[in-house]
Design a protein around this ligand. Structure first.
Ligand SMILES: *Cc1c(COP(=O)(O)O)cnc(C)c1O
Length: 477
């Protein structure tokens, strides 16, 4: 299996060759030359597999240059009940992603039972093991530099902690995260994890990361890399749970289902799109946004118009507060019949602050072939959905999952079983749960008292020189 760029101007590469990198050299994103197809016989054989065995079956089709026995060992180490046991008291950790049925035909797929209580652990935990494996083979090292306002940074740290050949330098805005989020990240004592609390806002931290990455000599000398959501291995790992959710919610492979997906950077739902292209019987992919509705706007009107940070709202489902969806280009590549020149033309407009409009083109007509639906959800919708779920089913959901449920129930085609992806646990968002239910969220018992653990973090000013000095001091020559 080779990977090609969505902009059509980069040499084809293998899974391992693109594993540690980011964008293709032409600025595009990598995708398989052709999506591997899953036959009906395979689907039947996969139906009763454990999560780890299913992950091996799916990922063997993508990571074709990793020896099977190595891939199997990495996957078995990743998808174990000991890693994904932070869910609700009655969740079955051996399922890794248990399906919770609210009523016949309405389900929640629990993707948030990993170490940081968010679905990003599903892919990031595998990435940690893949990175360690690949770096050991190449006798190389990697220093991951990132900025976070919560979810992604902690998922990366929990995936990379204790891994040989890897260090993580994670910047976060000093005093701007919740006590729980701070405790989650700063209580890690692993010597390869460095938390840097920046005196400033998230954007200041982000700018510092960009400044270091733009210093190509420094970046090369100190082997600086990232783990952002465009990483292909992350997307491919997410394909697995669409299969798992489908098998859990259906009795036979003749049935179709709808998935609803709380979306931000389009990474999660892009994996659903790929699962459908591989032959999984998905009748509908329902994309849910919050007030930051660039993607809903596209699926309703054909116009993709990213917004500036000054038009990005801070909402109570903060992990969906995006103005530009970094993985969306992958879907558009398929939508335009894999015409790299067309993608270049569109992203020339997007990268210079503009928009593109598909309405009236043949691409707009072919959109229906991909079975997407979309909708948006507001703060009031979230509060209402959280309350209704709690009252009707005794199930507490987080604000992001509430967005997915609201839009999913609104948009589902009658007759299709609905599987809503749970992207975080309510314990992470106590303030909104309080506002909706007047009580605190349940917290996995293993995380009780996490705020009282000793914390390890370095406070620095928003100064790139200071950041480089810190990295230099902590990376041996
Ligand atoms: C990252 C995240 C999302 C958005 O997922 P994308 O892959 O960026 O679309 C939704 N909910 C939660 C809780 C997240 O952490």
């Amino acid at each position: 299996m080779k990977y090609i760029s969505t902009r059509g101007n980069a040499p084809a590469k293998t899974f391992t060759e693109i594993l540690l990198g980011g964008l293709a050299p032409d600025g595009g994103l990598y995708l398989p030359e052709q999506y591997p197809q899953v036959t009906r016989t395979e689907l039947d054989a996969w139906r009763n597999l454990s999560y780890a065995d299913l992950a091996f079956a799916v990922l063997s089709k993508f990571a074709t240059d990793i020896p099977s026995s190595d891939l199997k060992a990495l996957i078995n180490k990743t998808y174990s009940a000991q890693v994904y046991n932070k869910g609700r008291a009655d969740s079955d950790a051996s399922q890794i992603t248990p399906l919770r049925t609210l009523e016949p035909g309405v389900h929640i797929l629990e993707l948030s039972n990993g170490p940081t209580l968010a679905f990003k652990d599903m892919a990031m935990q595998l990435l940690g093991n893949l990175f360690e494996y690949a770096l050991a083979k190449q006798h190389d090292e990697l220093n991951i530099l990132g900025a976070t306002s919560g979810d992604t940074g902690s998922a990366a740290e929990y995936a990379m902690r204790g891994k040989r050949g890897i260090r993580v330098f994670m910047l976060s805005p000093n005093g701007k995260m919740s006590a729980f989020q701070r405790a989650q990240m700063y209580s890690l004592q692993d010597p390869n994890i460095f938390n840097l609390a920046v005196n400033g806002m998230f954007d200041d931290a982000q700018d510092m990361v960009k400044a270091v990455s733009n210093d190509h000599a420094f970046k090369a000398k100190y082997k600086i890399g990232t783990v952002n959501s465009i990483n292909w291995a992350r997307v491919s790992a997410q394909v697995v749970y669409y299969f798992k959710g489908y098998f859990s919610a259906t009795k036979s492979n003749d049935e179709q289902v709808a998935f609803s997906v709380p979306s931000g950077n389009f990474g999660n739902i892009c994996a659903g799109h790929i699962a459908r292209m591989m032959g999984l019987p998905i009748g509908q992919l329902i994309l849910a946004t919050n007030e930051n509705d660039v993607l809903d706007e596209f699926f309703r009107t054909g116009v993709y118009r990213p917004r500036g940070t000054d038009h990005t709202y801070e909402t109570s489902s903060p992990s969906m507060d995006i103005s530009k969806a970094s993985n969306f280009e992958r879907f558009v590549f398929d939508l335009v019949g894999r015409d790299g020149a067309k993608v270049r033309e569109f992203w020339n407009k997007v990268d210079s602050g503009g928009a593109f409009d598909l309405k009236g083109s043949t691409y707009w007509d072919s959109l229906s072939k991909f079975h997407f639906a979309s909708g948006k959800s507001s703060h009031q919708d979230r509060l209402k959905t959280i309350r209704e779920l709690w009252e009707e089913y005794g199930v507490m959901v987080d604000p992001h999952t509430a967005d997915g449920l609201k839009v999913g129930l609104e948009q589902r085609r009658p007759g299709l079983p609905l599987i809503c992806l749970e992207t975080a646990l309510p314990a992470k968002f106590a303030e909104t749960i309080q506002e909706s239910l007047g009580r605190n969220p349940e917290r996995p018992t293993v995380l009780n008292g996490i705020e009282n653990l000793p914390q390890r973090c370095e406070v620095i000013n928003a100064d790139v020189v200071k950041l480089k000095a810190f990295i230099t001091a902590n990376v041996p020559d």
